[in-house]
Design a protein around this ligand. Structure first.
Ligand code: ZN
Length: 131
């Protein structure tokens, strides 16, 4: 974007925007056209170049900030995934332990039922055979 610099109208003293591409500038207040020296136009062009450099620098800074923000989010996402993986692993281990415990209980119950069922049969046989 071409930058306009303000020059003073030689007739009415109003501030007039100077287009660096044009030799003549027209006062928006009194309508007087005046000649703009090459030096003044070059000054305006230098300011244009400075503006553009500044804008480029700002753009580069914005891009860098965005890149850092993306990196930070990706890092946070990785940490969250790692945390969830640990939680899943812990759940898995807990579940496995619970299943083992349940199997152990089931075995004890079966042994108890077998013993309880065998006792009267054994007692009956003992009584029958010792008669
Ligand atoms: Zn004027």
């Amino acid at each position: 974007m071409a930058r306009l610099i303000a020059v003073t109208c030689p007739k009415c003293g109003a501030e007039v925007d100077l287009d660096p591409g044009k030799e003549l500038v027209k006062c928006t207040y009194c309508g007087t056209s005046s000649f703009v020296s090459k030096e003044e136009r070059h000054d305006a062009e230098d300011l244009d170049a400075q503006d553009e450099a500044w804008e480029r620098e700002q753009e580069a800074r914005r891009a860098e900030t965005e890149r850092q923000e993306r990196d930070r989010r990706a890092e946070a996402e990785r940490e969250e995934q790692a945390r969830l993986a640990v939680l899943r692993r812990e759940d898995e281990l807990r579940l496995r332990a619970a299943v083992q415990e349940e199997k152990a209980h089931e075995r004890s119950r079966r042994i108890l039922i077998f013993v309880l069922a065998a006792l009267p049969i054994g007692a009956f046989l003992a009584l029958y055979l010792t008669k």
